[in-house]
Design a protein around this ligand. Structure first.
Ligand SMILES: *Cc1c(COP(=O)(O)O)cnc(C)c1O
Length: 386
C-alpha cells in the first residue's frame, strides 16, 4: 500500500517534549524567557475582540508581518546580541552595532514566512535542489537537512568537520565546484555552536558556484553570530533562513522566514502556494507582529542568555569539561570518561532534560540549552557532582 518513496524517509527526531513530569527543559534550544507581555496581550485581544477572524482564512501573503520583520532586521542588523537599544520596552530605540549596519534597507518583498523554519527549509529544498547533483553540507549540522534530502530524493555530500569542529570550508567549496552544487549549513552551526564570520562566508560566496543558491541558516545568529544579510547586496544567489523559535521565544507558534533577493523569494512563493496558501495562521501572525514591535525586550534577553552561556562555559571548563566556544544559546560539551548518554540520564534523574546524540563521532557530547540563571545554577549543582 505504501508509496516507494517512503523508503527514503528517515524522520527527524526532535528533543523530547514530555508530558508526564515537570522537567526543566534544556534540550531543544527553546528560549527560557516568556514572550513579552504585549505579545500575550495581542493574542488575547485578537481572540476576544476579533473571534470572527478565526473563522476566516488568514492573509496568505502575511503582508503586515513581513513588513514588521523587515523593520526588525533593519533596526538590529539581524543580530540581537550586538544591537544597541536605549531600553527594553517596545518604545525603546534600537540600532545595529556599527559593524552590522546594513548597506541597504530590507524590504518585505525580500521575505517569505512559513510554519517554522523547518517548513521554510522544505520549500527551499523543493525550489532549488534537483536529484541530478549532490547538495553539499557539513557532516555535523542541523540534522533536518539530510531528512529533507531523503524526502525530496536529493543526493547529498557530507563534508567532515576540521579537527577543531569548525567547518572545512575549503573542502566544501572544492566539492561544490566539482559538481556545480549548492551549499547549506547553519551559522552559527549546530550542534557545535561555532560561528563563521561574515567575512569568511563572503569569501566562500565569492568562490562558490554562482548559478546555484547558497543557503545560510541563521537560527542562532541573534545569540552571538554575524548575520549574512549585508551580503545580499553582493550575492543574488544567497538565501538566509531565520526563525522566531529561538531568540523570539515563539517555538510553539511555528514561525520561520527566509531573507533573499525578491526574485528568489518569488520562486519560493510559487512553491508555498502549490502546497499550502496559509501556513501561518491568524494567531501566529498576530503574535509574531507584536514580537517584532517588542524587539528591544528580545535584544535584552539574547544578551542575558549570551552572558549566562559564557559563565556556564567557564564553569564547565573549571570542572574538567571540554567545551566548544559557542556563539549560540547552547553549549556542546564532553568530559573524559563520561558517555553523553550517561550524562543525559544522570541529569534527567534530577529533573533536567538535556540532549545527547547517538550519532558516531559526537556520542561523547551533550548539548545543553542555556536557561535562566536560576535554572543554570541548579544544573551546575548536578554537573559538579558527575
Ligand atoms: C531550531 C532550528 C531550526 C528550526 O526552527 P523552527 O523555526 O522551530 O522550525 C532550523 N534550523 C536550525 C539550525 C535550528 O536549530
Amino acid at each position: 500500500m505504501l508509496a516507494k518513496r517512503l523508503q527514503n524517509l528517515h524522520p527527524y527526531v526532535p528533543g523530547e517534549q514530555p508530558n508526564d513530569r515537570e522537567y526543566i527543559k534544556l534540550n531543544a534550544n527553546e528560549n527560557p524567557y516568556s514572550p513579552h507581555q504585549s505579545v500575550s496581550q495581542a493574542v488575547q485581544d485578537a481572540a476576544v475582540n476579533l473571534p470572527q477572524k478565526m473563522g476566516l482564512y488568514p492573509d496568505p501573503d502575511v503582508t503586515q508581518l513581513r513588513e514588521e520583520i523587515a523593520a526588525m532586521l533593519n533596526k538590529t542588523g539581524g543580530s540581537f546580541w550586538s544591537a544597541e537599544c536605549s531600553g527594553s520596552e517596545p518604545e525603546s530605540d534600537c540600532k545595529p552595532a556599527p559593524q552590522n549596519k546594513l548597506p541597504f534597507t530590507v524590504t518585505s518583498d525580500m521575505i517569505l514566512c512559513g510554519n517554522g523554519s523547518d517548513e521554510v527549509l522544505s520549500f527551499v529544498f523543493y525550489t532549488f535542489f534537483d536529484s541530478d547533483r549532490p547538495l553539499i553540507m557539513p557532516q555535523f549540522t542541523y540534522s533536518f537537512y539530510p531528512v529533507y534530502c531523503g524526502y525530496y530524493d536529493i543526493p547529498m555530500k557530507q563534508i567532515a568537520l576540521n579537527a577543531d569542529w569548525s567547518l572545512d570550508t575549503e573542502t566544501m567549496l572544492t566539492e561544490a565546484n566539482k559538481t556545480d552544487s549548492s551549499i547549506i549549513f547553519a551559522n552559527p552551526n549546530a550542534p557545535t555552536g561555532i560561528a563563521l564570520s561574515r567575512e569568511a562566508v563572503r569569501k566562500m560566496l565569492q568562490r562558490a558556484p554562482k548559478d546555484r543558491v547558497f543557503i545560510v541558516d541563521e537560527a542562532y545568529c541573534d545569540f552571538g553570530g554575524e548575520s549574512c544579510i549585508p551580503l545580499l547586496a553582493e550575492f543574488d544567489n544567497l538565501v538566509i533562513v531565520r526563525t522566531f523559535s529561538k531568540s523570539l521565544s515563539l517555538a510553539g507558534m511555528r514561525l520561520g522566514y527566509i531573507v533573499s533577493s525578491p526574485d528568489l523569494v518569488k520562486a519560493v512563493f510559487q512553491v508555498k502556494n502549490s502546497f499550502n496558501h496559509f501556513p501561518v495562521d491568524f494567531i501566529a501572525q498576530t503574535a509574531a507582529k507584536a514580537s517584532c514591535k517588542a524587539t528591544p525586550y528580545y535584544v535584552q534577553n539574547a544578551k542575558q542568555i549570551a552572558q549566562e552561556r559564557d559563565i556556564f562555559t567557564a564553569f564547565l571548563r573549571e570542572h574538567g569539561w571540554f567545551v566548544i566556544d559557542s556563539a549560540t544559546n547552547f553549549v556542546f560539551a564532553k568530559k573524559k570518561g563520561l558517555a553523553g548518554r550517561d550524562v543525559y540520564e544522570a541529569v534527567k534523574k534530577q529533573g533536567i532534560l538535556i540532549r545527547h546524540f547517538a550519532t558516531p563521532g559526537i556520542e561523547d557530547f551533550v548539548r545543553i540549552t542555556i536557561g535562566t540563571p536560576q535554572q543554570m545554577a541548579q544544573l551546575k549543582t548536578i554537573m559538579e557532582a558527575l
